[in-house]
Design a protein around this ligand. Sequence first.
Ligand code: C5P
Length: 222
Amino acid sequence: MNPIQIAIDGPASAGKSTIAKILASDLNFVYVDTGAMYRAITLAAFQAGVDPNDESGVTALLPDLTITFQPGEPVQRVFLNGQEVTEEIRSVEVTANVSAVSSYAAVREAMTALQRDIASENGVVMDGRDIGTTVLPNAQVKIFLIASVAERAQRRFKENQAKGMDTSLAELEAAIEKRDYLDSHREISPLKKADDAVELDTTGLSIDGVVDAVKAIIAEKT
Ligand code: C5P
């Protein structure tokens, strides 16, 4: 039997990674944070002095990049060429430039291949923007998580405050809206609900509430 695949897509800061991580741990599946991969490439561009808007410059970096994960609390640890970058990939600069980097054909091809590879060997809970539409079109369970922009900005604001990051609510709302616009209007694999995905609006729901709702969907589909 093929390993079970659970695809969780949705706009920025909709709670995908929080939910996916809990599900993966409860189901004993591998959690794959695909956004972290695109973020790591964006960071690699900055480290190499390549402008993230320079498609051929970013593409040229790909053959030398290795992105790996290790379990960690409260978030999965991310490594770029063996160096831990768990925190750096969440910086304001990386967040502001990741949509440009993730729009490049060569970047998407390389990451899609890596993501499919992981899913071919393990039961996975994979979160991203194009998992249900492109990466794992045959996933047994596809969830599209949404929440209001105001609530998503508020969640991110609290997370940033806890990390000592100084950002304003208005700036966060604007950044989230901009990223969603870019991600859903790019040419290749834009952010989009798969036709067979179940949409879940998490506005006003607790984390436990969302996990329970998703588990009910999984029970129905598997
Ligand atoms: O999920 P996260 O906010 O960390 O994703 C960062 C960025 O990576 C997204 O805004 C998007 O540009 C890109 N991404 C993507 N495809 C995915 C996951 C993330 O293009 N499957």
